[in-house]
Write a protein that binds this ligand. Sequence first.
Ligand code: SF4
Ligand code: SF4
Length: 145
Amino acid sequence: MSDWWNTKTLAQLSPQEWEALCDGCAKCCLHKLEDEDSGEVFYTKVRCRYLDEEACRCTDYAHRSVLVPNCIALDRDNVEGLDWLPSSCAYRLRANNQPLPQWHPLVSGNKSSVHDACISIRGRSISDEYVHPDGYDEHIVTWVE
Ligand code: SF4
Ligand code: SF4
């Protein structure tokens, strides 16, 4: 099936297809702040220190949940409840039965298209090694929805 990403449900994906569905934007590796009263989530440009910003890849994927206890591994059972994921996230789109956008590497056939379309965080984040958690609110961004 040539466009399996738009025709299969998340539950029908093989493990390899599940991994391939990720667009590599790395927005989910940014720190987020939640308004205690409204529950609204705000993204900051502060990234997890284990992210390679240029590659938009985790530098220790195998041990990520040990290194960062609140690093959540997406799976079929939890993805639909994760409404803090960015609206562009492929898992969120497919959970809502929406098609992948043209810039998604699976659609474009080009791994760089997520960066070329300025969807990824490449070149516009700062490592949490350099920001005190009390100062995250100074780095809230509007380019993640
Ligand atoms: S936000 Fe979604 S599509 Fe983007 S890197 Fe994270 S899991 Fe992958
Ligand atoms: S541990 Fe890896 S996957 Fe988890 S938030 Fe950090 S960079 Fe992202």
